[in-house]
Design a protein around this ligand. Structure first.
Ligand SMILES: [Zn+2]
Length: 69
């Protein structure tokens, strides 16, 4: 299985959407634990890195990419 690469500021999709109906989370803190913020309601959660990698479905947008270009 391919290891998913993610960086601070990336917007990711998880296997389960947030109860608010949004399934786009922004990575706002990296470390032993990852903090992600729901882009729909601004609720943030901290989860262990391994658990985050398991629940991560895909990367929606990269922090380094300029959507205007
Ligand atoms: Zn939400």
């Amino acid at each position: 299985m391919e290891r998913k690469q993610f960086e601070l500021g990336d917007v990711v999709q998880m296997k389960k959407p947030h109860p608010c109906g949004t399934n786009a989370w922004k990575v706002i803190r990296m470390g032993m634990d990852i903090r992600i913020k729901c882009t729909g309601c601004d609720h943030s959660v901290m989860i262990p890195r391994l658990e985050f990698e398991r629940k991560l479905k895909k990367i929606l947008s990269r922090a380094g990419e300029d959507p205007q270009s």
